[in-house]
Write a new protein. Structure first.
Lengths: 354, 334
C-alpha cells in the first residue's frame, strides 16, 4: 500500500537462481538460500497473503453450506418467534442421520433477543464507562496514576474469558442468587423460570468489563491525537477545562467513539464461553415488563447456544441449526466491519487534513 | 482547593477573580462537577476492579494450588482430592500455542511484507487487509465451527481419524492449532506492518543505493529492524491462543488426557485429542460436568499468571524497542 515511490535502482539480477529447475532436496534448499529475483519474491509473498482471503471465502462457503438446510426449510423466519426453542433443538438432537423435514423447524427468536439484549446493555454501559475513564486517563489522572492505569486496563482486556466466566459463576451468580433476588421474587416467577442468579444482569455486567478496555484503548488514542489548540481556544473563551474537553474534543473524536462502540459490539456479539457460564442456559426471553426481575432472568445468546449444544453436532439437523447461528454471527461481524470502515472515513479525512 | 464553600453559580458567569489562572472545580457548574466525579470514579473503579480480580484469583490460587498439581496427570474422579492435577492441559496449551504461532508467523509476516512493501495492485492489497480485518472480527466460536467443517472433510482425514461410521472426527491438535493461527494472525500482522511502515525511509534508500534488490533489502535490512515488532506480535498472539476456550472446546475433542492417534511418534500426538488449561477450567467449573471448583481456581490462577507474564513481556519488548530506535542494521546487514 505504501511502497516507497522510487523504484530500486537497476538491481543487478542474480542470474544464478534463474537457471533451469534444479533437482529437489538439497538443490531446492540451496536455491531458497540464494537471493531471489524480486519478481518471484513479490509473487510468492502475494500468493501467501492471498491465503488469508481464501480462508475468509472458505469460511463463508463452509458455514453457509452447512447452515443451508435451516434456511431452505424455514426461510428467514427462523429468526422469528414461535414455539419452544428448547423442544425444537431437543427434537433436532433426537433425530437420526436422516432427519425428516419437520425436524428442521426452528424459531430462534429467544437467542436473537438474548444476543441483542446482552450486547446493547453491555455496549451502552461500557460506552459511558469508557468515555469517562478515558477522560480520566488522558486528562485528570496525575502522571503516576496514569502510568499505572494504562497497563492495568490492558490487563483487564487480556484476562481470558473463561476466567471471567469462572468468577461469574462461582462468585457473582451465588451472590446475586442468595442476596439480591428475594424469596418473594423467586416465588413470583416459580411457574415460569427458576431464578438462580444466573442471567441477564450478571452476563451484561461481566460483558461490560470485558469490552470496556477495548473501547478505552481506541478513545484514549483519539483523545491524545486531537489537537489541544482547539480546546485551548474554548478555554480562552471562558469555558472550564473539563467543559471545553467535553464540548470540543469529545465532539471532534465522535467517529472514534462510534468506531470503538462498533468494535466492542463485535466482541460482545461473539462472546460465547463466558455468557454460557453465567447466563443460566435457558432459552428464555427476559421480559422488561417484569421490573427488576428482568435482570435476574436467564437467557441464552446465539454464541452461547453453540457452546451449549456442541455435543450434539453429530445430529445433522442440530448441526445445521448451530451453523445457521454461526452464519448469523458471521454476517453481523461482516456488517460491523463494513460499518466500522464507513465510520472511520470521516475520521481519516480529518486526520489527513491535520 | 479553595477555601470558600462551593457556590451555585449561574451558568456562564465568570468566576470571581482572585483564583489565579487555573479554574477550581469548586466554581464549576454542578453538572461539570458531576462529570468530574464520575470520571474519577470510573477510572479508579476500573483500576480497583482489575486489582480485585488479580488479588481474588491470587488468593484462591495460593489456597488451592499445590506444586504437585502441575506435574500430575488428571484422572476421572468425583472427589476433588482424587482427580489429579493438570499436567496434560498444560502440555496441551503449550502445544497449541506452538502450532498456532508456527502457522501464523509465516502467514502474517509474509502478508505484512507484501502489503507494506509491494502492495501492487493496490486493490488486492486492500482485499488482503480487509480479509485480515474480517478474521479479526470473527467470533472465535464461528472460527471453531468453520474449522470443524473443514477438518471433517475426507481430504483431511489423516489429520484426525475416522470414526466407526466412516465420518471424519475432525478434532485434533492440528485442527485446533490451525484455527488458533487465525486467532493469532491479526495482532501479528498489525505489529509487523506497523513496524515496516515506521521503518525510516533511509534504511531502504541506503540498501537500494548499494544495489540490493527489494527482497534482499527486506530480508537483510527491514526484517531485522522489525524483529522486536514481530516479537511483540508473537507475544500478543500467544496470549490470545492461551486464553481461548471456544476453539479448544469444539476442536480438541475434550479428552482429559492427551490421546495420541496412530503409531508414528510425534505425529500421533498432533493427530490426537486433548485439553488445555482453559477447557480444564471450564470443565471443572459448575458449567462443565465435573464440579471441582478448587481445581478450576488453581488452573485459572496458573492461566492468569501466564497471561500476566505475557503482558509484562509485551511491555518489556515495547520499551526496549523504543530505546533501540529501529536502526538495527548491525544485526542483519551482510
Amino acid at each position: 500500500m505504501t511502497a516507497p515511490a522510487e523504484q530500486p535502482p537497476a538491481a543487478p539480477a542474480p542470474s544464478s537462481s534463474t537457471g533451469p529447475a534444479s533437482p529437489r532436496g538439497a538443490g531446492l534448499l540451496a536455491r531458497l538460500r540464494e537471493p531471489w529475483p524480486d519478481r518471484r519474491a513479490e509473487r510468492t509473498l502475494g500468493a501467501v497473503s492471498l491465503l488469508v482471503g481464501v480462508c475468509v471465502i472458505a469460511m463463508l462457503v463452509f458455514v453457509g453450506v452447512r447452515a443451508w438446510p435451516i434456511f431452505a426449510h424455514n426461510g428467514l423466519s427462523w429468526l422469528g418467534p414461535g414455539g419452544s426453542l428448547e423442544s425444537q433443538l431437543g427434537n433436532m438432537q433426537a433425530t437420526s442421520v436422516n432427519p425428516p423435514a419437520a425436524a428442521f423447524h426452528l424459531r430462534a427468536w429467544p437467542l436473537v433477543y438474548g444476543t441483542l439484549l446482552t450486547t446493547i446493555v453491555a455496549v451502552v454501559l461500557g460506552m459511558a464507562i469508557a468515555v469517562l475513564s478515558s477522560i480520566f486517563i488522558v486528562e485528570l489522572a496525575p502522571a503516576r496514576l496514569r502510568a499505572l492505569a494504562i497497563p492495568v486496563i490492558r490487563l483487564l482486556a487480556s484476562v481470558p474469558s473463561v476466567i471471567y466466566g469462572l468468577i461469574g459463576i462461582l462468585v457473582l451468580v451465588p451472590f446475586v442468587g442468595n442476596h439480591l433476588v428475594t424469596a418473594s421474587e423467586k416465588a413470583s416467577e416459580q411457574n415460569v423460570v427458576e431464578l438462580t442468579g444466573a442471567g441477564l444482569g450478571v452476563a451484561a455486567v461481566i460483558l461490560t468489563v470485558m469490552i470496556t478496555p477495548i473501547m478505552i484503548a481506541l478513545i484514549c488514542e483519539a483523545l491524545t491525537a486531537a489537537p489541544t489548540s482547539w480546546r485551548e481556544g474554548a478555554v480562552a473563551l471562558g469555558l472550564n477545562p473539563l467543559r471545553a474537553l467535553i464540548a470540543v474534543t469529545l465532539r471532534a473524536i465522535r467517529p472514534a467513539i462510534v468506531a470503538a462502540a462498533v468494535l466492542a459490539t463485535g466482541r460482545a456479539l461473539g462472546e460465547a464461553v463466558m455468557i454460557q457460564m453465567v447466563s443460566g442456559g435457558r432459552s428464555f426471553s427476559p421480559n422488561p415488563g417484569d421490573g427488576l426481575i428482568f435482570f435476574y432472568e436467564p437467557l441464552r445468546t446465539l454464541a452461547s447456544a453453540i457452546v451449549d449444544y456442541h455435543e450434539g453436532l453429530g445430529a445433522p439437523a442440530l448441526r445445521s441449526a448451530l451453523y445457521a447461528f454461526a452464519a448469523l454471527l458471521l454476517f453481523s461481524a461482516f456488517a460491523l466491519s463494513i460499518a466500522g470502515y464507513l465510520i472511520k472515513l470521516p475520521l481519516r479525512r480529518y486526520q489527513t487534513q491535520g | 482547593m479553595s477555601a470558600f464553600t462551593p457556590q451555585y453559580l449561574p451558568g456562564g458567569e465568570p468566576p470571581n477573580s482572585g483564583h489565579g489562572r487555573r479554574s477550581s472545580p469548586w466554581t464549576w457548574r454542578w453538572s461539570d462537577r458531576l462529570v468530574l466525579v464520575c470520571a474519577w470514579t470510573a477510572g479508579i473503579g476500573l483500576c480497583l476492579l482489575s486489582a480485585a480480580i488479580v488479588i481474588y484469583m491470587g488468593v484462591r490460587g495460593i489456597q488451592y494450588l499445590r506444586p504437585g498439581l502441575l506435574f500430575t496427570r488428571p484422572s476421572v474422579s468425583t472427589s476433588q482430592s482424587q482427580s489429579g492435577g493438570f499436567l496434560d492441559p498444560l502440555i496441551g496449551t503449550a502445544l497449541l500455542a506452538v502450532i498456532g504461532i508456527a502457522l501464523a508467523v509465516p502467514l502474517a509476516v509474509c502478508s505484512a511484507i507484501w502489503v507494506a512493501e509491494y502492495g501492487r495492485p493496490s486493490w488486492l492489497a486492500r482485499v488482503v487487509e480487509s480479509a485480515i480485518e474480517i478474521v479479526a472480527g470473527t467470533p472465535d466460536i464461528v472460527l471453531a465451527l468453520f474449522g470443524l467443517a473443514v477438518f471433517q472433510l475426507g481430504l483431511f482425514a489423516p489429520l484426525s481419524f475416522r470414526a466407526e461410521g466412516g465420518g471424519v472426527f475432525g478434532r485434533s491438535f492440528v485442527a485446533a492449532g490451525a484455527m488458533m493461527s487465525l486467532i493469532a494472525l491479526p495482532p501479528l500482522y498489525a505489529a509487523t506492518r506497523d513496524g515496516l511502515l515506521a521503518a525510516p525511509a533511509h534504511l531502504r534508500e541506503a540498501a537500494f543505493a548499494l544495489g540490493k534488490t527489494r527482497i534482499a533489502t527486506i530480508r537483510r535490512v527491514l526484517l531485522p529492524s522489525v524483529r522486536s515488532n514481530i516479537a511483540t506480535g508473537v507475544t500478543l498472539g500467544i496470549s490470545r491462543i492461551v486464553g481461548d476456550t471456544a476453539i479448544v472446546l469444539l476442536l480438541l475433542g475434550e479428552t482429559l488426557h492427551i490421546e495420541a492417534q496412530g503409531s508414528v511418534p510425534g505425529l500421533n500426538v498432533l493427530r490426537g485429542t486433548g485439553s488445555t488449561l482453559t477447557t480444564y477450567v471450564y470443565d471443572n467449573s459448575p458449567a462443565g460436568e465435573g464440579a471441582a471448583p478448587q481445581k478450576a481456581y488453581a488452573a485459572a490462577f496458573v492461566l492468569l499468571v501466564f497471561v500476566l507474564c505475557l503482558n509484562v513481556l509485551v511491555d518489556r519488548i515495547g520499551r526496549s524497542h523504543s530505546r533501540a530506535t529501529g536502526l538495527a542494521l548491525s544485526g542483519g546487514a551482510v
